[in-house]
Every structure is written in C-alpha cells, then in structure tokens.
Design a protein around this ligand. Structure first.
Ligand SMILES: [Fe+2]
Ligand SMILES: [Fe+2]
Length: 327
C-alpha cells in the first residue's frame, strides 16, 4: 500500500470463517488452537479454563494443611499424592489457556490480585482429618460430575486435558470414601468427626455447581458453544442422586430435612442452598478467602528464584546450542 492510499475497510470476519466454526460446533467436532474462533468464544474459554486452573491450585491448600498432621505414613503418602495431582491439573489447565493466547504469569497475577475467581468451595476451613475424606468424597465427586461432560467440550486442548484429570479425580473420590469408611468402622468419636465434616461440607458442595440456572447469565452461551454441556441445576441434581446412596452405605445423614426420593420424577428432591452465602463467598467474604489468596501470593513470591533460575538455564542452553550450530 502506498502512502496516501486509503486503507480498505476490513470485513468484521473473513468470508466463511464464522460458518466453518458454526458447522464444526454443530457436527460435534473440536475447535483446535489454530482454527479461527469468535473472540467471545476465546474470551469465555480463557475465563473458564483460568478459573478452573486457579481452583486446582488453590484447592491444594485446604487438604495440604493436613499433610504434616496425617495420622499414619500411609495416609500421608496418599494425601501427598492427591495434592500433587491437583498441582498437575492446574498445570495442564494453564497450558490449555496458553493455547488460546493467554499468558500464565498474567493469569497468576489476576488470581493474586483478586481479579479472577476460583471455586467457592476452597474458602471453607478443614477442621479435622475427616474433612480430608469428605473433600475427596464430595468435592472431588462434584468435580467429576462437572468435568466428565467437559471431556466432550468443543475446545480440543481443554477436552483432552479433562480426560486425564477425570481419571485422577475418580481416584481422589475413592480415596476419600475409603478414608471415611475406615473412620466409620472406628470409635464413636471418629464417627462423630465424619458426621460433623459431612454437615459442614454438604451445602458448600451443592453451591460448587454455581448459581441456579435462572441466575446464571453466561451459561446459555457456553452451552450453545458446547463448551458446557449441562446446566448448573442439572449437574447439581446428578450429584445429589449419586451421593445419597453413598451416604446411606457409609451410615451418615446428609443435613437436609427436605431430601427425599421422588418416585414420580425419578430423582431426589432437596432443599435450597443459601444463595446469599454463595454470593458472599464468591465476592471474597468467605471464611478463608483472604488466607487462601495470601498463601498463594507468598508461594508465588517465594518461588520467584526458581522461575528465574529456570529461565537463566534455558537461556544458557539456547546460547550453547547456537554456539554449537555456528561452530
Ligand atoms: Fe483436580
Ligand atoms: Fe481432585
């Protein structure tokens, strides 16, 4: 283009790209990083994947606090492995966000500045070792309900990351349930610890699925793009139906007087979570929000030398390779 020549007006989207994207979604095929995608789709995915990654990383804290206090070497090894798995999930997910052009350092910055969210559930305290079991059973169980459908999400790297994550989550759920089974076979005091943990975690676990459908503004668009496959309420119902028989087998009571089987619907009826509490926790006013973010910030700052060392090492290696090529 020579100087003075008017720049031709660009069409908003090059011909056929939107149509090709829509057709790929309609055929239930995957969108891959190099494919054209609408900006809204990209932004929605980055937000969802980043929140998911942050949840995995922050989610290491409530249980991580029990590693040094685990009651046996076996329980310590199991808990260590589980918390380490969550770190791995975070890393896959940050990598998936990077395929969309997000910058991991920027995402971490957003998390510790409170500009990006993570799952509300990790803002509750872990008061006894039974909480480790109940988190495995409820929280990893809820994660499975949420994430199994994401294995069919329309964005390739996200869907593929979910396949491995879900396999590990189901191990997490079983280790939690096995721990609770063991405690329920123990003393009265241990059984009371389990029941107390169930009472504290039940409602926050139901809230993990997000606000009710009539108050979840982004859901419809995510479902149309097949990023999300089921609504919040639908997933919550599935979780309740899955968990009630497990509670019976374990011998604990779920703290909801309205919970009962509805023969006609073929599902359980259950009470309404305290949505005001969910709003408060999401907005930063849960029992442990400040502590969780502060801990993450400290870990990030204390890890700066590791990142710097890795970068210096990579630069040295690249220089060595360049020298070798030039010789
Ligand atoms: Fe996880
Ligand atoms: Fe997990």
């Amino acid at each position: 283009m020579t100087a003075g020549q008017a720049k031709p007006a660009e069409p908003a989207v090059a011909d056929g790209l939107q149509e090709r994207f829509d057709a790929t979604i309609a055929r239930d095929q995957r969108i891959e990083p190099r494919d054209w995608m609408p900006e809204g789709y990209r932004a929605t995915l980055i937000r969802q994947i980043a929140q998911h990654a942050h949840s995995e990383i922050i989610g290491m804290q409530p249980e991580g606090e029990w590693i040094t206090r685990a009651p046996s070497l076996r329980r310590k090894a199991i808990l260590f492995a589980k918390v380490q798995d969550e770190a791995g999930h975070g890393l896959y997910l940050y990598s998936a966000a990077e395929t969309l052009g997000a910058d991991r350092a920027d995402l971490t910055e957003r998390l510790i500045e409170g500009r990006q969210k993570y799952s509300s559930i990790f803002n509750y305290p872990t008061l006894s070792f039974a909480d480790v079991g109940v988190i495995g059973w409820f929280v990893d169980g809820a994660a499975i309900c949420n994430q199994v459908p994401l294995c069919r999400s329309s964005y390739g790297p996200y869907a593929r990351a979910m396949v491995r994550i879900c396999k590990e989550e189901s191990f997490h759920q079983r280790q939690g349930y096995e721990l609770l089974m063991t405690m329920m076979r123990g003393t009265d005091a241990q059984r009371e610890m389990v029941q107390d943990a169930v009472n504290r975690w039940w409602w926050p676990s139901l809230m993990m699925f997000g606000p009710p459908d009539d108050n979840s503004p982004n859901s419809a668009r995510s479902m149309a793009w097949k990023i999300k496959r089921h609504s919040n309420d639908e997933l919550r119902r599935r979780f309740v139906d899955m968990t009630v028989p497990q509670a019976e087998k374990l011998g604990v009571t779920l703290p909801d007087p309205e919970l009962r089987w509805n023969e006609e619907r073929g599902h359980h009826d259950f009470g309404t979570p305290d949505w005001d509490e969910l709003t408060r926790v999401i907005q930063g006013d849960g029992p442990c929000n400040a502590r969780r973010v502060e801990r993450r910030r400290t870990a990030h700052e204390e890890g700066a030398w590791v990142r710097e060392a890795a970068l210096a090492h990579a630069a040295k290696q690249a220089a060595r390779t360049a020298r070798g090529a030039a010789a």
